[in-house]
Design a protein around this ligand. Structure first.
Ligand code: SF4
Length: 177
């Protein structure tokens, strides 16, 4: 998988993606490989650019840093490895109220393959449909959806820890785009 990914990145670079001045954007996503919060996004981006160029001759534009949320396979890993309590504590202690305005559930929706509406991909994975009388794309109604309360639970601490986390990486970073 790793070698195939490197080959794919070379092919994208060869046609201009990620190459400065081409206007073709190639962004990469990073999430930590264990039960810890990601480091600073711009510092990681700088290091990844250096190492990807030096080791693999790959160029890219932005690195999006995403926190691991305690759901699905990562939750299983936390429970099996005995890291669940410490990881949740580190997320809760790193709660940053300044991230709340930029949370992706405030301005995007997630739609499943069969048309049901969720506040985000994570809520979709947990089958937590939107808290609105409109729950399916067939009945889409912007006013009702705009007035809904987002369905939150303990996994949401992953989005609000530290610099925040969303599909566009750090919340402070993604707001710049
Ligand atoms: S996990 Fe929670 S805070 Fe994060 S986007 Fe979804 S609903 Fe919002």
């Amino acid at each position: 998988m790793f070698e195939d990914s490197i080959k794919a990145l070379h092919r994208l670079n060869a046609v201009g993606y990620g190459i400065e001045g081409s206007g073709l954007i190639l962004d990469l996503v990073y999430n930590p490989s264990g039960a810890f919060l990601p480091g600073n996004q711009s510092a990681l981006e700088h290091e990844f650019k250096l190492q990807m160029k030096r080791r693999y001759d790959i160029d890219f534009n932005n690195l999006f840093v995403i926190t691991n949320l305690p759901i699905s396979r990562f939750l299983d890993y936390l429970l099996e490895s005995g890291n669940y309590h410490d990881y949740m504590t580190s997320l809760v202690e790193a709660f940053n109220p300044a991230t709340v305005d930029g949370l992706m559930c405030r301005y995007t929706l997630s739609i499943s393959w069969d048309g049901f509406i969720y506040d985000c991909d994570f809520n979709q994975m947990l089958d937590l449909k939107v808290n609105s009388k409109v729950k399916h794309i067939d009945d889409f109604d912007l006013k009702s959806l705009s007035e809904r309360s987002v369905v939150v639970n303990q996994h949401c601490y992953g989005c609000t820890a530290g610099a925040g986390s969303s599909c566009g990486g750090e919340i402070s970073h993604s707001e710049e785009h």
